[in-house]
Design a protein around this ligand. Structure first.
Ligand code: DC
Length: 227
């Protein structure tokens, strides 16, 4: 029994619903919600826009050190939870585009990129009551988090969810392509050498295949009360 949790880590694979859960849980507690995936996405966008080769780890490491990524309260009322700024430019929408999805797992596996992002995430965790969401929050970024939740879901359920999100945004996705992209990202995120995707030993794993978001949220709130 540690008392009321002030640092909450939520990890899980792509499209497992961890961002939705994180945002709702943070809102209900009045904590900062921080989705660490946006940082890796912003680096990836900078790589693409800068015309760097995705394989050029050294140049990408230098770039990661030189750019400034900020996450701020939303300035536009389009359903976003926050603004993501890359060197003062709003890239909130751009970081969700397909070319970023395609390369973000490769780029987020690079050591210097992770070093830079992890340092910034730890600073944020120190300064705030926070619900932090990602792949390695419970294992690496906040190993002493008061509560660690790992969301697990089959790749098919996640592909359907991602597909539906894209339809809702007015896009015309191909389900098989969405499924293939998730399988590929899972593979890279799980098997990389540094900070691979896995539940921390003391994480509570929630299998969400058959659960709606409200059910997942109430399970998480129970955990918060019972830490
Ligand atoms: O959660 P997301 O889909 O926005 O994350 C994008 C990518 O960033 C994901 O493929 C892996 C990487 N990532 C990571 O390596 N570590 C984190 N803490 C968060 C995201």
């Amino acid at each position: 029994m540690k008392g009321f949790p002030t640092t909450i880590a939520i990890d899980g694979p792509a499209a497992s619903g961890k961002s939705t859960l994180g945002a709702l849980l943070a809102e209900s507690l009045g904590y900062l919600y921080f989705d660490t995936g946006v940082m890796y996405r912003a680096v990836t966008l900078a790589v693409i826009e800068g015309g760097l080769y995705v394989e050029d780890e050294q140049a990408i490491g230098e770039l990661a050190k030189s750019i400034r990524i900020d996450v701020q309260p939303p300035s536009v009322d389009d359903g976003r939870e926050f603004d993501v700024l890359l060197d003062d430019t709003d890239v909130t929408r751009e970081i969700r585009k397909e070319s970023v999805n395609e390369h973000v797992s490769t780029i987020s596996a690079y050591a210097i990129v992770r070093e830079e992002m992890t340092a910034q995430q730890r600073r944020i965790a120190k300064e705030n009551k926070v619900v932090m969401v990602g792949r390695d929050i419970g294992t690496v970024v906040m190993p002493d988090a008061d509560l660690k939740i790992f969301l697990d879901a089959s790749v098919e359920v996640r592909a359907h969810r991602r597909y539906q999100e894209m339809i809702n945004r007015g896009e015309r996705p191909d389900y098989d392509a969405v499924l293939r992209s998730l399988i590929n990202r899972d593979q890279i995120d799980t098997n990389r050498e540094i900070a691979p995707l896995k539940p921390a030993e003391d994480a509570v794993v929630i299998h969400v295949d058959c659960l709606g978001i409200q059910q997942v949220l109430s399970k998480a709130k129970e955990l918060v009360k019972n830490v």
